[in-house]
Design a binder for this molecule. Structure first.
Ligand code: CMC
Length: 380
């Protein structure tokens, strides 16, 4: 055992995983051996979800079965809608999603006898994973609509996951360019080894708590701007800058104030994030589709200038923020979209943790006062 402290667990290998491989040398990311960009170019999101849970891409029958199950769990349950409706309209949508998932768990686990029964079997947890995968789009879509004073839109069985998600959000069928960009973003966001939210989920699962508790905790971890909240933060930054001409003076001020520039940098990738080119491609297609070259001009200008000054490269949140904006999502909905995608990775990791569990319980180096005693006590 070593007493060396690695703050933020930086560089610490905590456990093994067969779900994804992040290679900082080549800036590559593999899901179960497949390069993520290949999956994003060729597969529907449902097939990637199956891959993450089962280790192999689905056969035609397996994909059809998952799609049928996903459709079955799509509608927003009345109890969950009621809970969402009780959430303050001023709350951040991530708080709403966290609360809704917690409520789904309470509903699904009702009747569980004791804490000893809560973690459940592998099959129980696989079924719960599909349920969450299917339920989150309705929760996220309704959250955005509620903020706009609109009611929920019933899902459409003739549409697959990505197209139906957009349908439930906007109440109109999305153009194939938009569906394709959205689906790619979901695949790119789905999994990323022991990132902060996934590790959080594994910590909770390691206590033999239930899958919903682990996912609820992961949503809390994802909300922060150093993690999933960055896609929303990118949009605030781009709006604050305004035009490409303002990039230089804005950066002068931001760097003088030692601000973090959102959407840049990564704990593992130091020379670029392999997911960025695929998402950038989708962003370019979207900007052309909706006739907004100004969005690209601004994001390119900030990227050029920041990389030139600091050598810090964009991460996936940098192109996905403006892409979600062009799709018509409210800025506050961006991180819930990330959660809807990452729930596949979280649940795959929870299943993996449960299959070979060891309680995650690290040590700390105590730096507080030496032992002392309350005056008047036996030791005082
Ligand atoms: N803007 C300005 N400076 C930065 C940035 C940034 N975005 N990222 C890193 N740096 C600087 C940092 O100030 C530090 O400089 P110095 O050594 O002079 O103090 C140096 O680079 C190393 O930074 P670090 O914080 O030690 O590196 P880290 O590996 O802990 O940070 C990070 C990773 C993602 C927290 C950080 O890059 C960051 O805050 N980025 C902005 C937020 C963001 O985009 N988050 C999304 C991450 S990717 C998606 C996800 O996993 O959720």
């Amino acid at each position: 055992m070593t007493d060396e402290i690695r703050r933020g667990l930086a560089g610490v290998v905590v456990d093994e995983t067969a779900i994804s491989k992040v290679n900082p040398e080549t800036n590559s990311l593999l899901y179960r051996g497949y390069p993520v960009q290949e999956l994003a170019e060729t597969q529907p999101f449902e097939a990637v979800a199956h891959l993450l849970w089962h280790g192999e891409l689905p056969t035609g029958d397996e994909l059809a079965a998952l799609r049928a199950e996903e459709r079955r769990h799509r509608p927003l349950a009345p109890d969950v809608k009621a809970i969402v409706d009780l959430t303050s309209l001023g709350a951040h949508p991530m708080d709403e999603v966290r609360t809704a998932v917690s409520a789904l768990g309470a509903d699904d686990l009702a009747g569980t006898g004791t804490v000893l029964d809560a973690s459940g079997s592998h099959d129980d947890n696989l079924a719960r994973s599909v349920r969450l995968f299917a339920a989150l789009p309705a929760i996220v879509a309704y959250g955005q609509r509620r903020r706009r004073g609109l009611g929920p839109v019933h899902p459409r069985d003739d549409l697959d996951y990505a197209a139906n998600f957009l349908w439930m959000t906007f109440g109109e069928e999305a153009d194939p360019v938009v569906v394709s960009a959205f689906e790619r973003s979901m695949i790119l966001y789905a999994e990323h080894s022991f990132n902060a939210s996934t590790f959080t989920a594994r910590v909770v699962a390691s206590t033999l708590s239930d899958l919903y508790s682990a996912v609820t905790a992961a949503i809390g971890a994802l909300k922060g701007p150093l993690h999933g909240g960055a896609n929303e933060a990118v949009m605030h930054v781009l709006r604050e800058i305004g035009t490409p001409d303002e990039v230089g003076p804005w950066l002068d001020r931001a760097l003088a104030e030692k601000r973090r520039i959102m959407g840049f940098g990564h704990r593992v990738y130091k020379n670029g994030d392999s997911r960025v080119p695929t998402m950038k491609h989708a962003l370019v297609a979207l900007a052309e589709h909706v006739g907004r070259p100004d969005v690209l001009a601004l994001s390119d200008a900030l990227e050029r200038e920041f990389v030139a000054r600091k050598g810090i490269h964009p991460n996936l949140d940098y192109p996905s923020g403006p892409a979600y904006d062009l799709m018509g999502f409210d800025t506050a909905t961006f991180t819930p979209l990330f959660a809807a995608a990452r729930v596949t990775g979280w649940t795959a990791h929870i299943l993996e943790q449960q299959a070979a569990n060891a309680l995650i319980r690290p040590l700390s180096a105590y730096v507080g006062p030496d032992e002392r005693h309350v005056p008047g006590s036996a030791g005082g």
